[in-house]
Design a protein around this ligand. Sequence first.
Ligand SMILES: [Fe+2]
Length: 321
Amino acid sequence: MKDIETRKQRALKTTMRLMAAHRETGNFESLPWPRTVIDRETKRLKLDLRNGDIDVEYLEKVVRRSFRWNTGSIPFIPDEKFELLKLLRTNASMASFEAHIRNGSELETQIIELANSNLYKGHSSVSTIRNAMVRLGMENLKFLIYQTVLTRTLFKSRQYDEWVNRLQFKAIASAHFAREIASWIGYPATEAYMAGLVHDIGEPYILQLFDALSVDIPDEICIQTVKQAHMETGASILRRLNISPAVIAACESHHNLSGLNQLASIICAATDQICLFLDLLPMNYWDITPTKLPFRMLGINEEDTEIILVRCQDLMDKLLT
Ligand SMILES: [Fe+2]
């Protein structure tokens, strides 16, 4: 009996070690729900695909199910990164963020790189995480941690690689566009930036989920599912990160302008219009028509809207260089 227990414990330890190793490499085996569940879903989906039973509503249910197994985490986000994201919503000191970041990790390198990028660079380049943090300040540091962790965990896909890369750039650009719009209407920059960054976070999540399920879903159904399910999915992710209610509301309602009076949602609808204007995603992907309505709803007149568009074009050029 004792022997069996020991073997079990050893097997468990090995599994835990393997999981940790997979997480380090960003391997898709690092799913925070059991592999058996993924296999079961895959089998079911493949059978339904063969029978022609698969549709957008069914896939929406699959996406919803993916949140059920581990309520204390977010699928695809490793636990230590999930904890770091939650820490961002506290009044933790810069030293405590430094302790999380300063370990020679990918995140440390990325934050230093971003501090030296066109948007944040100073007179001289920085080479240590402490100097990068001093340059960025607490607010920018938090933004960049969100941006870096989310883009490195949720914006990943083997099957939909090109699509996800475009979504990633759109998310980062939208954050900057939202902050620009906020400055014209006196809306808090932090909240606008976050709303811009994460309002479509459900989209790459759904694509990565389909990836993990290893089923070949027809493109049209895949696009429709992403369009219909990304608001609710995104809100489920943001609730687990304890993100502010205004940003969660923006995620849930940015495609529904009728009767909308929540500023963060309208700002996100306006950033989508800018992204459409700047051609950040292919036309067949958009389910919105070009309109200046969100700007009017924010009280921004036609002339100022044109200036904002030019400024956003400039921001995008900086992000691309
Ligand atoms: Fe959206």
